[in-house]
Design a protein around this ligand. Sequence first.
Ligand code: FES
Ligand SMILES: [Fe+2]
Length: 405
Amino acid sequence: MQCVTSAPTAPDTAPADFLSPHHYAGMRRPFLDAETMPPWCYTSEAFFRVEVERLFMKVWNFIGRADRIPNPGDFFAFDFVGVPLIVARGKDGQVRAFSNSCRHRGSIIAEGEGNCRAFKCPYHSWAYDLDGTLIGTPDMDKTRDFDRKDYGLVPVRLETWAGFMFINFDRDAEPLSAFLGDLPPMLASHGMDGFVTVRRKVYDLACNWKVYVENAMESYHVPYVHKSTLQRQKGPPSGPLPTRGQYVALYKEHEGSRALLAGETGFPYIASLDGAARKGSFYPLIYPSTMFCATYDCMWWLELHPISAARTRLIVGSAFPRSTAERSDFGDVIQRYYKRWDVSIPEDNVISELQQRGLSSPMAVPGRLSHLEPLVHAIDNWIVDRVLGDRATSAVYDPIKEAAD
Ligand code: FES
Ligand SMILES: [Fe+2]
């Protein structure tokens, strides 16, 4: 007789009734009275699946700059929260996103990135135009009531702002411009639609996506985690800005580009900067998981692709004005910028993975927040509002008011 054994399935780290609001009462209190998020929010696959369903499948998710695929036929394929996707530039110059799943029997159609005239499924060779139209179907002539026009690739909404691409799985979602609110005017004087991406660096992290977002949106850790790198940057402490739209933002006044280590000099400042943009840098978090920094001479972004409760892909992109990228000294001077990112980002990666290990302990319990972490509280409450699907129970939270209290 054959004996069939299976590995025991580890119990999920969240309680069975984890969508019950009473579990979150501590983090719903006003900021300086509040606890941190329950540890299972960072470790539970059940919690993560609800985040995917209620956050990532509903919002505008940032997927990089359109200059990654500058020419007709350029494409890239990737998975976002478990959904295989293709992003391609059509013959008409338009960038589109599709489900990367064949309309015959569902195979992945394209992998990696490149340039092509059409997508051909590797299984039975159905072919799709760059706009998703089904154009080739061998041996389908005897199939009754089959019309190719009914079997194009399933489209995913894609909209751009200033060259930044966002996708949305929800056909009923508001347009990207409504989602971004007053973020585009806040950053208008940087002229980012004229920027070019000069580097895109990918890290695979053993941490929950929220661990990384929280870290990026608080300055409390900077003198400790970045003690020999960023802490010497001077100026008044950063603080949250009033915002209208699905984002929060920190702003910091300072001397010199935030994309350089202390004492380094780099490229000329962007000539069109005005108002607050001439005196400091903006650090918006576009909900739920995209961080930008817009400083005097460039911008960089932290793009997160949540993979599971404890795995996240981080993409760090750097973009400069075209006039800067075309300078004859660009190749030399840019190394100073790369040095800054290549020391500070691994420091955040290491501490985020350490935090994840600690949060994964069965002994982990909620903590408390410093006055330097108002956005950690704001962001986590925004997330729980949506995970619970009951925004009526949310603490009405205003990070500006709370910072002033
Ligand atoms: S699954 Fe794509 S052609 Fe058959
Ligand atoms: Fe940091």
